[in-house]
Design a protein around this ligand. Structure first.
Ligand code: UD1
Ligand code: CA
Length: 451
């Protein structure tokens, strides 16, 4: 039975009023990725053969995000936001076409794991027509409650607003995800009414309706952290915290040292190798790979960067997209690297901007060096060869190429290519007046006394 074709429908049409945002709720990010993308990735990982998404009219940005993370996903519009039951029915054409199991997943519960969705399918395999995901909420406010019968089956789901005192005391809450092995699901859904506190068509009512027909709903369970539903900014921050703790534990389990794990911020896709050490207060935006044995000193900020084997970076260094730091390279304090490659053992130890360029093997970039990559209209490339020495406070005005082994005198503004092994120096001749300072001091000292 387990190999039934699986359709997963993600609901994302809700207004998300409680976020107080002009951005649709499901586009708010957890660990550098929208809640919607989390939900779609989970749906994929759970083995969905088909994916469908329900949005509200005008949610163009949501469609764009969905197409980006799940190309080819079928998108349906729910004309008015009349509740989750009505939302699932908006995907009617997909439901009617599909032969097999259906899972509905709310886009505002981004932490639900694929393995948990598979447990819903297992509940269907155990003989149920419907499976509902339950969890023991430390604070159940706002969640629907699963009402179980003596056999441990779900009789009904009661929404918080419609629950009496007694029902509110029930600890088992509805996480939102449900699975169906119901041949005519759309028909069943169309029997849901809106006679409740909110005047909405609740998907959760389907359980009691099906029970009246003799259908069985079984509960599957998950951890409360996983079931966090995000309706407000506070819950968004709570989900972020859950995600971060999971991610930190994972990188430590895989062999990285986090000196103060609670101060390291990871993204959904951060890859950290073995024997990497990460000092306190480091932020990883999306797209970062840190290879084995690298050492990241305190207060670094990285987005879209690769840190090669055994490289040492920071403290206080910034890596923007396309920063590619080679093996045993060294990037020190107050250095910013963007779209630039440091080859093996290359160094920029202090105060530099390296944008749109290459720094060859073993080259040394002195303090205060700037790659002047932008002329106000276009970006240009700076190519620094193997073993080059760039003296402090130099400006390399791109496009420019510094040949292997060349030497740039401190303070130079380099606008033309430099030959390999040459010295390039661009500064006015130094003037020197012997004894001037001593005379100056005597003169000024006298003036001050007589004044
Ligand atoms: C819902 C459940 C509740 C459960 C909780 C878990 C219902 C009736 N209640 O409540 O039992 O404990 O989730 O987090 O299902 N949506 C639409 N169209 C609509 C309304 C909602 O697409 O007309 C989407 C939303 O975008 C959201 C999801 O459905 O992704 C859940 O809607 P929401 O209004 O947040 O439901 P809750 O009140 O949290
Ligand atoms: Ca919700």
């Amino acid at each position: 039975m387990t190999n039934q074709p699986l359709l997963i429908v993600v609901l994302a049409a809700g207004k998300g009023v409680r976020m107080r945002s002009s951005v649709p709720k499901v586009l708010h990010a957890v660990a550098g990725r929208s809640m919607l993308a989390h939900a779609l990735a989970t749906a994929r990982a759970a083995g969905a053969d088909n994916l469908a998404l329900v949005v509200a009219p005008g949610m163009e940005a949501v469609r764009v995000e969905a197409a980006k993370v799940a190309p080819g996903i079928e998108v349906f519009e729910q004309a008015t936001q009349a509740g989750t039951g009505n939302a699932l029915l908006a995907a009617r054409p997909a439901l009617e076409r599909h032969r097999g199991d259906v899972i509905v997943l709310y886009a505002d519960t981004p932490l639900v794991e694929a393995a948990t969705l598979r447990r819903l399918i297992a509940a269907l395999d155990a003989g149920a027509q419907i499976a509902a995901l339950g969890f023991e909420a430390p604070d159940a406010t706002g969640y629907g409650r699963l009402l179980l019968d003596a056999k441990g089956r779900v009789k009904a789901i009661c929404e918080h607003n419609d629950a009496g005192e007694e029902e509110r005391r029930i600890g088992l809450c509805n996480a939102g995800a449900m699975a169906f092995r119901v041949p005519k699901l759309a028909e069943l859904l169309s029997r849901i009414t809106n006679t409740n506190a909110k005047g909405e068509y609740y998907l959760t009512d389907v359980v009691a309706i099906a029970a009246a027909d003799g259908s069985i709903t079984l509960p599957a369970r998950c951890a409360p952290e996983e079931a966090l539903g995000i309706n407000s900014r506070e819950q968004l921050a709570a989900a972020e915290a859950v995600f971060q703790n999971r991610a930190r534990r994972k990188v430590m389990a895989e062999g990285a040292t986090l000196v103060a794990p609670e101060t390291v911020w990871l993204s959904f896709d951060t890859v950290i190798g073995r024997d990497v050490t990460i000092e306190p207060n480091v932020f990883f935006g999306p797209g970062v790979v840190v290879e084995d044995g690298a050492h990241i000193m305190a207060n670094c900020h990285l987005v879209g960067a690769r840190i090669g084997k055994g490289a040492r970076i920071g403290p206080f260094a910034r890596f923007r997209p396309g920063a590619d730091i080679g093996e045993k390279a060294r990037i020190g304090n107050f250095v910013e690297v963007k779209n630039a490659r440091f080859e093996t053992g290359a160094k920029a130890n202090h105060l530099a901007y390296i944008g749109d360029g290459r720094v060859g093997e073993g080259a040394n970039i002195g303090a205060g060096t700037i790659f002047c990559n932008y002329d106000g209209f276009n970006k240009h490339f700076t190519d620094v060869g193997k073993g080059v020495f760039v003296g402090s406070n130099s400006s390399l005005v791109a496009p420019v190429k510094i040949g292997d082994g060349a030497y740039i005198g401190s303070g130079s503004v380099i606008t033309r290519n430099v030959e390999p092994d040459a010295l390039a120096l661009e500064r006015s001749a130094q003037e020197q007046r012997p004894g001037w300072a001593a005379k100056f001091r005597t003169l000024m000292g006298r003036r001050k006394k007589s004044a």
